[in-house]
Design a protein around this ligand. Sequence first.
Ligand code: HBI
Length: 357
Amino acid sequence: MTESLKLLFLSTSVGQLGSGLGGGVELTVLNIAQELHRRGHKIAVVAPVGSVLESIRVIEITGDLQVTAQTQDYNASIVMPADAVLANMWEYARKVEEEWDVIVNFAYDWLPFYLTPFFRTPIAHFISMGSLSRSLDRIAGQIAAKFPGTIGVYTVSQAETFAFADECQLLGSGIDLLLYEFCSQPEPKLAWLGRIAAEKGLEDAVAAAKITGIPLKIMGKMQDEDYWQKICADYPDAPVEYLGFMTTIQMQKQVRECRALLMTPRWVEAFGNVAIEALACGVPVISYERGGPAEIVRDGLTGFLVEPDSVNGLVSAIAQIDKIDRRACRSQAEVEYSLGALGDRFEHWFKSILNLS
Ligand code: HBI
């Protein structure tokens, strides 16, 4: 048993943990907090008021949520609301920093990076998306140079969107496999999971459902209502159903019965937690060969990688989906994406920052 570390996590700033507004990083924060807590480390998570994180201690902070980075222009100025919850979260961290061994930032925002040199306690930054803004690229590059080894990312393709790719610790992701039940006999339906927003390319999955006539079950946070309404107007008779934002248990009950998960990222998806959630249920993943999913899916073995933005590519992959052995999907999740493997990578990262490993 290694000595236990005291780790203060500062959450994403765009929504309460549990709301789905924080997308995949919400699951990442929960899984890492739970796994490191299980190993005996002391964990607390600072997050916007209203956040819930199962059995993990949450310190709730009031204030205005941050504007989401992916809706801003690359050259946009840094936006800070008047009573920014992000600033209030870091004001709290400044007050208590002496009580912690490492402060871990999960917000994709300029401020935590800017504040880093003013703190005595080491700060680890987990960057949860690819390059989206000049201001973040610049400040994160400065921190990567000044504090080597303190920047963590999910995947190689995500790191490569930044000039400081070589300085990034590759941490991947992982899930609690006990929550996902293998299904060997799927029903004739497909799944699409994720925030309903333009960067996720949902319209292509809807188009593929229309062409194949196979019902598509859509689950995830309704982030951009206008975007969804436009899809419904463009594809009025596509066999699709929006099931809303669900808990992991509810979501996997639906997904496990599907013949495949469709992933249609328009952007460089940093990881794609939904891909490993599907694999854990034995569900093959059909994804554009772009970003994180391209590093997860074993083409022809646990799903298919398709030419990016090609609806016809999705359609021909769907036609071959029975070639995939669903047990191979589950075993890939077990071998590569367990909580234990994830916990090892993060524990090693924190200890290397403290020069303990
Ligand atoms: N935008 N400004 C900002 N800050 C975040 O922490 C943030 C975001 N957009 C999306 C997001 N976080 C998460 O949904 C992704 O990191 C997964």
